[in-house]
Ligand binder design. Structure first.
Ligand SMILES: Cc1cc2nc3c(=O)[nH]c(=O)nc-3n(C[C@H](O)[C@H](O)[C@H](O)COP(=O)(O)OP(=O)(O)OC[C@H]3O[C@@H](n4cnc5c(N)ncnc54)[C@H](O)[C@@H]3O)c2cc1C
Length: 383
C-alpha cells in the first residue's frame, strides 16, 4: 500500500489549482450573486483540457483514471472557489458523458464524445422528475417506439446544465408495467422536435450552475439514439456512473474544505478579541481540529473509492459511505467556518457564507443522506 500520489499527479493537480485560481476564482462571488453561468470560464477550462479528462483519446479525451479525474475535481474546488462551476463540470464530465462512453455504441461515442470532450457541447443527466426524486425508478416520462423513433413525453426537473446543454442522457419508461426494469436511456439533443427547456430553478447555493426542467412533448428521438439496451437504462446508467459520481463529483468538496480551513486559520490568527487572536482560544482550535479531521478522512475515503474503481473493484457500500460522510462533514465544516468568522461569517464579505449555502446541496443531490443510510443499512444486513 502506498499513500502518496505520484510526482506527475502532484504536478497535474498543481497546474489545475493554478488554472482555477487564475481563471475561475475571479468573479466567482459575482456569478453567485447574479446566479450567472459564464461561458468564457467554461471555454477556458475546456481549452485547458478539463472537459474530456476520463474519455479515451480516440474520442477526444485524455484517458485519465478515475483517481486523476478526481484530483482535477479536488483542485478545481480548492483553486476556483466556485462550487457551481464544479457542479456543472461534474454533471457534464461524469453523469452526462460517462454513460455515453460506457454504454454508447461506437457511432454514438464517435458522434457525441468529441464534442463533449472539447466542451463545445455541454451535457447532463435527466433522471429526476417532479414526482420521482429519491424514488427515481418511479419516473413517469414515457418513451414509445414508432416508425424508427422513440416518442418521449414527460418532464424532468432539477437538471444541472438544463438551460445550457446541447445534449442530455434521459431516462424514460419503455415498459410501464415494470419499475426500474422498464426504464431505458436515450441521448436527446436539444434540437430534436418536441424538446424544450422548462422553468429555470432559482437555488440557494451553487448558483453559477444553471438548473431547469426539461420538457418532452411528443419529442422525437431517433431509435439509434437509444443508449444501451432497452429496459436496462436504470441499472445501466447507475452502474456506469456510481463510483465516478461518488468520487469525482465529490472531490470538489474536499478541495473546498481545504481552502476553507486555510481561510479560517488565517482569520482566527488575525481577528483579535479580549486582546489576543481568537486562534489562541481552545474552543476555536477545537473547531479547526474537527475541520482538519473531517478533511483528511474525507480525502482518504474518496481516494479509496476512486482507486477501487480504477482497479475494477465494485464496492457500492463504500461508494455510499463516501457520499454520506463527505457531504455531511462538508456541511458541518462549512458551519464551523461561519462560527469561526463570527457575525462577519454571516455576511457576503467572506466566502464562507457562500460555501455554507453550497454545501447544503451535497446532502440532497444525487441521493439524499437518508437514502445513503438506507442503502448502507440494507447492504450491511443483506435485505
Ligand atoms: C441543485 C440540484 C441539482 C440537481 N441536479 C440533478 C441532475 O443533474 N439530474 C437529475 O436527474 N437530478 C438532479 N437533482 C435531483 C436530486 O438528485 C434530487 O433532488 C434528490 O435525489 C432528492 O429528490 P427530491 O428532491 O425529490 O426529494 P424527495 O425524494 O422528495 O425527499 C424529501 C425528503 O424525504 C426523504 N426521503 C425520501 N424517501 C425516503 C426514504 N425511503 N427513507 C427515508 N427518507 C426518505 C429524503 O431523504 C428527503 O429528506 C438535482 C437536485 C438539486 C437540488
Amino acid at each position: 500500500m502506498d499513500f502518496r500520489i505520484t510526482e506527475e499527479q502532484e504536478l497535474f493537480k498543481k497546474s489545475v489549482i493554478e488554472f482555477a485560481q487564475k481563471e475561475i476564482m475571479p468573479g466567482a462571488a459575482e456569478r453567485d450573486e447574479e446566479a450567472r453561468f459564464d461561458r468564457d470560464v467554461w471555454d477556458k477550462a475546456a481549452e485547458f483540457g478539463l472537459m474530456g479528462l476520463p474519455y479515451p483519446e480516440e474520442y477526444g479525451g485524455s484517458g485519465a483514471s478515475v483517481f486523476e479525474t478526481g484530483l482535477a475535481g479536488e483542485a478545481l474546488g480548492y483553486g476556483g472557489l466556485d462550487a457551481g462551476f464544479c457542479l456543472s463540470w461534474g454533471a457534464h464530465v461524469v453523469i452526462g458523458g460517462i454513460p455515453i462512453w460506457q454504454l454508447g455504441t461506437e457511432e454514438q461515442k464517435k458522434k457525441y464524445l468529441p464534442k463533449i470532450a472539447s466542451g463545445e457541447w455541454i451535457t447532463g443527466l435527466g433522471l429526476t422528475e417532479p414526482e420521482a426524486g429519491s424514488d427515481a425508478a418511479g419516473l413517469l416520462t414515457t418513451a414509445e417506439k414508432k416508425d424508427g423513433y422513440y416518442v418521449l413525453n414527460g418532464t424532468k426537473t432539477f437538471i444541472t446544465n438544463g438551460p445550457i446543454g446541447e445534449v442530455f442522457v434521459v431516462l424514460a419508461k419503455t415498459d410501464k408495467e415494470k419499475g426500474a426494469a422498464g426504464i431505458t436511456g436515450f441521448i436527446v439533443e436539444k434540437s430534436f422536435p418536441g424538446f424544450s427547456v422548462g422553468k429555470e430553478i432559482h437555488k440557494t447555493g451553487n448558483r453559477s450552475s444553471p438548473t431547469s426542467e426539461l420538457v418532452f412533448d411528443n419529442c422525437e428521438v431517433p431509435a439509434e439514439n437509444m443508449l444501451g439496451e432497452e429496459n436496462q437504462g436504470f441499472m445501466g446508467v447507475a452502474l456506469a456512473t456510481l463510483e465516478w459520481e461518488r468520487s469525482v463529483m465529490l472531490a470538489a468538496a474536499i478541495g473546498g474544505q481545504e481552502v476553507q480551513l486555510e481561510q479560517c486559520i488565517k482569520y482566527a490568527k488575525e481577528r483579535k478579541q479580549f486582546g489576543r487572536p481568537i486562534a489562541s482560544f481552545q474552543a476555536v482550535q477545537f473547531m479547526l481540529a474537527d475541520m482538519k479531521m473531517w478533511l483528511e478522512t474525507s480525502r482518504w475515503i474518496l481516494y479509496k473509492v476512486a482507486w477501487n474503481k480504477d482497479q475494477g473493484i465494485m464496492d457500492p457500500l463504500m461508494a455510499s459511505v463516501s457520499k454520506l460522510f463527505i457531504t455531511e462533514v462538508a456541511l458541518k465544516a462549512a458551519r464551523n467556518a461561519i462560527q469561526i468568522h463570527g457575525g462577519y461569517g454571516y455576511t457576503k464579505e467572506y466566502a464562507v457564507e457562500r460555501a455554507y449555502r453550497d454545501a447544503q446541496l451535497g446532502v440532497l443531490g444525487g441521493g439524499t443522506s437518508e437514502i445513503q443510510r438506507w442503502i448502507i443499512g440494507r447492504l450491511l444486513v443483506g435485505r
